[in-house]
Design a protein around this ligand. Structure first.
Ligand SMILES: Cc1ncc(COP(=O)(O)O)c(C=O)c1O
Length: 427
């Protein structure tokens, strides 16, 4: 079936506004490591997909899934070792104070659950998030999301504060002054929630501010903002759905700030493509919630999902993929900085581990966001066999977060193709 008829069928069955990447959409049929292949056998270097964190179709993950699927798969109201083995191994990678987990199926559910726990524990309703993010698609978390278009109305119990932009920031603020400038909005939001009688339940943020555009220096901001949150009795809810499992060159994004969150939500890479998500928290929070509200999830933490989760942890460690993310990430960041010297269209380059944002501008002095150039580059790169996307408030930031097995050789290919495509726009 050709691309046009597939698109027509998709539009008819799923709706014409169902999102699809690229002007010339891809029909992918196979994946291996950092490569994906289309229906005509063309291969593409995947610089975008963080979910298959250990590489597409990793044999150990696929085997673990198949072997357990052949034996038994059921919900979690029976005893089974897999969920216990998995949660034990997962918790061993967090601060000792985070000693319970809840397993669900999507990042949205994990965040929704974190909000419920925070509201129940504090007895307060207010949640703070940033003004350029996405935390998922349930009714409660979509209310915190503005990246896919402004909200028609922000609920009374939500406050969106400006994200800590390190590039388009007033007076080129840096370090602690940058942190204080943005953290003051958090303090104001808390006061406002208290004045309205709603109070503060918590602040939900990605510790890398990935959807916002990966600003530099998020940690001084987090320390100050979360300080205000905790002083007001609120909880720090860290959304590690994108930032977790080695993406930033360390196990968890939040480790950069030295703060231990009250609840951490997980998803995307957790099951390397299998729908596995969850949260970890201090035991007292989860125990209290289970006692007062009760909770059951049909698919979350089932024996197959847990077997997959175990295999992902094993591969991340055996193949030293987190160390790889740190080393190859540094090499790529350096390469992007060299391209920035060469091309005026690159206003700013940011990143941690194997997660990058390249901020494109039409005027470097004015830092004018260039969304059209971002779109052009994403499409040209696709045509040359390299997959990436764009993100940010203005849609002008190239977004790259390849599988963690991305090698230096893959990095060289990415940098040289990007150089050619940028060259094409400067002539
Ligand atoms: C930071 C963050 N949190 C939560 C989610 C929602 O995860 P899911 O699509 O698995 O529901 C996303 C999805 O893009 C995300 O980027």
């Amino acid at each position: 079936m050709n691309i046009e008829s597939l698109i027509a069928r998709r539009n008819r069955l799923l709706g014409a506004n169902t999102p699809l990447f690229y002007d010339s959409p891809l029909h992918l049929v196979r994946g291996e490591g950092v490569w994906v292949y289309d229906n005509d056998g063309e291969k593409y270097l995947d610089c975008y997909n963080n979910v298959p964190c250990v590489g597409h179709c990793h044999p150990q993950v696929v085997d673990a899934l198949c072997m357990q699927a052949k034996k038994l798969n059921l919900h979690t109201r029976y005893l089974h070792e897999n969920i216990l083995d998995y949660v034990e191994q997962l918790l061993a990678r967090f601060d000792n104070s985070l000693d319970r987990a809840m397993l669900v199926c999507t990042g949205s559910e994990a965040n929704d659950q974190a909000l419920r726990i925070a509201r129940m524990h504090t007895g307060k309703q207010g949640i703070i998030c940033t003004n350029a993010t996405y935390h998922g698609n349930t009714t409660a978390v979509v209310a915190l999301s503005s990246i896919f278009g402004p909200q028609a109305s922000v609920p009374e119990n939500v406050r969106m504060v400006p994200w800590p932009d390190s590039y388009r920031t007033p007076d080129n603020l840096r370090g602690d002054t940058l942190a204080s400038h943005y953290a003051a909005y958090v303090n104001d939001a808390i006061r406002d929630l208290e004045d309205k009688g709603l109070g503060l339940a918590g602040m939900l943020v990605c510790p890398l501010f990935a959807n916002e555009g990966l600003p530099d220096e998020p940690n001084p901001y987090l320390r100050e903002a979360i300080g205000y949150v905790r002083d007001a009795g609120g909880l720090y809810l860290a959304d590690e759905v994108q930032a977790g499992f080695g993406r930033a060159g360390r196990w968890w994004g939040h480790e950069g700030s030295g703060l231990v969150p009250d609840i951490i939500t997980l998803g995307k890479p957790m099951g390397a493509g299998h729908p596995l998500a969850g949260l970890v928290a201090r035991g007292e929070l989860i125990d209290e919630f289970l006692e007062k509200e009760g909770y059951f999830n049909t698919f979350g933490g089932n024996p197959v999902s847990s077997a997959v989760g175990l295999a992902v942890l094993k591969v991340l460690e055996e193949e030293r993929l987190i160390e790889n993310a740190a080393a190859v990430g540094e090499f790529i960041l350096q390469g992007f900085r060299e391209l920035q010297q060469k091309y005026d269209s690159i206003g700013d380059v940011r990143g941690q581990g194997l997660f990058f944002g390249i901020d494109l501008v039409s005027d470097r002095d004015k830092k004018s966001p260039d969304a059209a150039e971002a779109k052009r580059i994403v499409n040209k790169m696709r045509d040359r066999g390299v997959l990436m996307s764009k993100i940010g408030e203005h849609g002008n930031i190239l977004k790259l977060r390849p599988p963690l097995c991305f090698s230096k050789e893959n990095a060289e290919q990415l940098l040289s193709v990007l150089d050619e495509v940028l060259e094409g726009s400067s002539v």
